[in-house]
Write a protein that binds this ligand. Structure first.
Ligand code: GLU
Length: 503
């Protein structure tokens, strides 16, 4: 991920042919689900087409941007496994380029100096009038456009001169032909008029995005449908700067379960919060991919390599995607169960490191083999990565506690349970061989002699050796733990079992 562009001149380098796309977040917040989906689709497209993905930080609005948020956005992208080829470029370092472009528009008559205070246009260059059918939206053309400034004090801003008649069209790769009446497009600002020292001559998003998309030779602009209304302005700007517009592909919106646009009201929307909860990045990618795209057919479980292989803009949907948390969880369990074990192990290792349960001996050799087998045993019951350190803790640590509900359910019923568990420990110690059938035979033998159902002993033993009622099959758990641990834990549990029996 290296810069191959001169950040001051904007001359794009890069040897690859093929399309060039960009993900262009503004550091006004964290990387949210919608932004992540946009980044992902750009990346799928670039990888599918053998093209280049550029990361561009759109930080021209000094008042709204927080530089410290950039690192969080990069962290979210890295967690998602999105690898950009160029950048990150920072628009804040390229101001001269935007000023030169605004000057070019002034010189060729497609822009004008505007002396009006910014406040006059706050909320958009629109006015509303009472008409026969209610409120009518009307675009206000600034008086400065006709060389009649309302005031000529201070430094002016620069506005684009939208043609007075006609339409502006573009062909959207997803939504088809789009046409906007120029009457509906305000004379948008290219360079702001000063609002104090810091904002003097500050380029707007419209200007900076187009100048960069030209300089970076962007061929496809893939972004959220909330940007459709910006596109006619940008198309006009391309024309004024003498450049061909790229292909635009707008992605449908992402809605919450109540069918309103996804926002914080719907719960977590930051990508890193899903990482912190313990989702697998590939499951998250698969889930996001299907929010607004479909491979056709009903296959949903698609590994990232398959998504890249199948991705095309033609299959981006026009219907809005609905963020369904239950579906995301379903994807996570699917990946936990189906990934080749060697691909899952690093994730579990990272989880155990976070919870300080990791032992270096599991990194290689026999220790690694044991680790792989144990994770394989546990994974059908795991929903999120932290489950490996919570309910499966006893597989990785000797320090665990007995689940209260499990104790209540399985240790209380049979008053002679401590006696039987002691006998089981003895029988297991005496086994000539330590394997599944031998363990089962030993347990059934003790149950029969005691006159209790095997199930009673199985459940009680499970709580004693792993602390939980819900855990992998008992005899496989015994093998994973090893004889010494199992018999040691059975004996160590006796006082607690006794206490439960008496209660
Ligand atoms: N900086 C814009 C955003 O964060 C990107 C718009 C675009 O992709 O053109 O929404």
């Amino acid at each position: 991920m290296t810069s191959t562009m001169d950040s001051k001149t904007g001359a794009a380098g890069g040897a690859k042919s093929g399309p060039r796309v960009r993900f262009a977040p503004s550091p006004t917040g964290y990387l949210h689900v919608g932004g992540a989906r946009t980044a992902l689709f750009n990346w799928f497209f670039a990888r599918h087409e053998g093209g280049t993905m550029i990361l561009r930080i759109e930080d021209t609005d000094a008042e709204r941007n927080k530089p410290e948020l950039v690192e969080g956005i990069l962290e979210g992208l890295r967690w998602l496994g999105i690898e950009w080829d160029e950048g990150p470029y920072h628009q804040s370092e390229r101001t001269e380029l935007y000023r030169a472009a605004a000057q070019k528009c002034l010189d060729n008559g497609s822009a004008y100096l505007c002396y009006c205070a910014a406040e006059r246009y706050a909320g958009g260059d629109h006015a509303e009038e009472e008409g026969a059918g209610g409120k009518v939206r009307r675009v206000v053309r600034c008086a400065c456009r006709d060389g009649k400034p309302t005031s000529a004090e201070g430094q002016p801003g620069v506005r684009f001169k939208v043609p007075l008649g006609g339409t502006t069209r573009f062909q959207d790769a997803v939504f088809g032909a789009r046409e906007f009446s120029n009457e509906e497009i305000e004379d948008f600002v290219l360079l702001r008029s000063p609002r104090g020292e810091e904002t003097a001559g500050q380029p707007t998003y419209q200007l900076a995005a187009v100048v960069d998309d030209i300089a970076m030779r962007i061929t496809h602009v893939i972004r959220g449908a909330d940007h459709i209304s910006n596109t006619p302005k940008q198309v006009l700007l391309y024309g004024a700067l003498g450049a061909e517009p790229p292909v635009f592909a707008h992605l449908p919106l992402i809605l919450g379960a109540d069918r309103t646009r996804l926002s914080k009201r719907h719960g977590a929307t930051s990508v890193t919060s899903y990482r912190d909860e313990g989702f697998l990045p590939e499951a998250f990618r698969n889930f996001l991919a299907l929010l607004g795209w479909s491979a056709g057919g009903d296959q949903e479980f698609l590994r990232t390599s398959e998504l890249i292989g199948k991705f095309s803009l033609e299959h981006v949907l026009r219907t809005n995607g609905v963020f369904d948390r239950a579906k995301l969880e379903w994807f996570n369990t699917q990946y936990l169960q189906k990934l080749p074990i060697e691909e899952l192990l690093p994730e579990v290792e990272a989880e155990l490191k976070r919870s300080k349960l990791w032992k270096e001996e599991w990194a290689s050799g026999a220790g690694h083999e044991w680790f792989a087998k144990t994770v394989d045993l546990l994974r059908p019951r795991v929903r999120l990565l932290p489950d490996f350190s919570s309910w499966s803790r006893a597989f990785f640590s000797d320090e665990f506690s007995y689940n209260e509900a499990a104790r209540e359910k399985f240790w209380k019923k049979e008053p002679r349970l401590p006696e039987f568990l002691g006998q089981l420990a003895g029988a297991l110690e005496a086994l000539a061989e330590w394997n599944h059938d031998a363990c089962e035979h030993a347990l059934r033998g003790v149950a029969e002699a005691a006159g209790v159902k095997a199930g009673v002993l199985i459940n009680a033993t499970r709580v004693a050796i792993v602390g939980e009622a819900v855990a992998p099959p008992l005899f496989e758990s015994m093998l994973a733990l090893g004889r010494e641990r199992v018999t040691g834990r059975l004996r160590a549990a006796l006082p607690a079992v006794q206490e439960s029996c008496k209660a």
